[in-house]
Design a protein around this ligand. Structure first.
Ligand code: SF4
Length: 437
């Protein structure tokens, strides 16, 4: 085995944690997760968003549990989601008062599939450990796993103070309590602030893991994250973290940002780590536009894993970028509509047409690459560039079948029909059985 492969195999060797039937770590496929942004006390709105996120491909959905009202409604919320046929595990996100809410609302503790705890804000001084332990004991009593979610922005200040004191005194190391998963220590020396921050975050995660274990949780009930908003920081942080623990890792920037920036920064950081075998579940923490579609973070996470060849979630729509050879917007419109159409039909297709997520579709702008790319796809269309005949040859599994013409609306409708027919014939249960004979 090459050195890189051996290293990746080592980093991949995490404990498997089951969250409501979905496995994180232990070599299981990397899990996509997301978080609602509705008021959890608004049960109808939150249930609707959980279902939307799950249908979009989110395999776990996290909800904020921050008030008595939210905690009191979690039981009904989960029931309503299950009654709608949605089985995605639901995770409760707790800050500051998790120990109070989980103790005060046993139905909430029972209904959730996992609790997220931020060890930086469960209390101060000695109450921190006590509150953290309370949550872990409730999790253990209910047979629920937890995520220990350390954030750069809400790190336990005592750890940073201690590290700074050590630096200003004798150069030393951040001592570890020797977590079972690793003997972790950071040599401080002439350490940069970022290096110190990494050390403190990892130390917080590992010490908290020890505390969770001593509070009754098992190793196969603990997921860890150490999030930052800087891609370069995140990469180094998770490389160090992956060497220090066998607990499965939840990967993502704390706050990725909006639109293009959020997408690029998330992909830039997570792709590097995933390629190195680091990360067992991911979330793309995009800032939504006001009134925006929360499912974008799920689509982004799925696209990222699919781009890296780690998972297959949805048919791929390949479209050319366009250039001076095509002045019309038909190929752009058709590419956009095809992608939206496939996404809208996918939840239904998934159940009826197994394997449909591997389908490839091409929408191309002119004769230069149009026929070639279209032939390489399962279904492809080559639209006319400038000065070409206004005809659109369609290719199915490499063979030219029909040539479409007419108004943009007519071409769009006919192309959707061709896609539907392909899905129904190629991926129907009967044809799958036949193709395996
Ligand atoms: S397929 Fe044609 S229109 Fe599209 S980018 Fe290539 S040359 Fe330009």
């Amino acid at each position: 085995m090459a050195h890189d492969e051996a290293q990746n195999a080592l980093l991949n060797d995490t404990v498997a944690v089951s969250v409501g039937g979905v496995t994180i770590g232990g070599g299981a496929p990397i899990v996509v997760q997301s978080m609602t942004n509705t008021d959890t006390a608004d049960i109808a709105a939150t249930a609707r968003q959980i279902i939307e996120l799950a249908e979009a491909g989110s395999e776990l959905v996290r909800v904020t549990v921050n008030t008595h009202e939210a905690a009191a409604g979690v039981g009904d919320l989960v029931r309503r989601v299950r009654d709608e046929g949605c089985t995605a595990p639901i995770v409760g996100d707790f800050h500051y008062n998790g120990h109070v809410l989980l103790k005060g609302f046993p139905a909430c503790a029972m209904a959730l599939d996992k609790y997220r705890i931020n060890p930086g804000n469960v209390g101060a001084g000695r109450t921190r450990d006590a509150h953290f332990s309370t949550i872990c004991r409730i999790a253990a009593d209910n047979g629920k796993p937890v995520r220990i979610g350390v954030n750069a922005g809400s790190l336990n200040p005592d750890l940073v103070d201690e590290a700074m004191r050590r630096i200003s005194g004798t150069p030393n190391s951040i001592p570890s309590r020797k977590p079972r998963s690793a003997d972790y220590s950071v040599e401080l020396g002439e350490a940069s602030p970022e290096f110190i921050l990494n050390g403190c975050m990892i130390r917080s995660a590992l010490d908290s893991t020890e505390l969770a274990l001593s509070s009754g949780l098992r190793e196969d009930q603990i997921v860890i994250s150490c999030k930052s908003s800087s891609p370069r920081h995140l990469i180094q942080l998770y490389r160090d973290l992956a060497r220090a623990t066998r607990q499965p890792l939840h990967l993502g920037l704390t706050e990725a940002g909006m639109d293009l920036k959020g997408l690029v920064w998330s992909a830039a950081s997570m792709a590097v780590l995933l390629e190195e075998g680091i990360g067992d579940t991911i979330r793309v923490s995009l800032t939504p536009r006001p009134g925006g579609d929360r499912r974008e973070e799920v689509h982004a996470a799925c696209e990222l894993l699919q781009a890296l060849g780690l998972r297959t979630f949805a048919p791929t729509v390949t479209a050319c970028p366009g250039c001076g050879r095509t002045a019309g917007v038909l190929y752009q419109r058709l590419a956009e509509q095809t992608e939206a159409y496939v996404r809208a039909r996918l939840p239904e297709w998934r159940g009826t047409y197994p394997g449909v997520e591997r389908m490839t579709i091409a929408v191309m702008g002119c004769i230069v690459n149009g026929p070639g790319e279209s032939k390489a796809a399962n279904v492809g269309i080559s639209l006319p560039g400038n000065d070409e005949d206004p005809h659109c040859p369609v290719f199915v599994d490499g063979l030219r079948t029909v040539t479409l013409s007419g108004t943009p609306e007519e071409i769009e409708e006919a192309f959707r029909g061709i896609i539907d027919t392909y899905v129904e014939t190629r991926y129907s249960q009967a044809s799958n059985v036949k193709s395996h004979d």
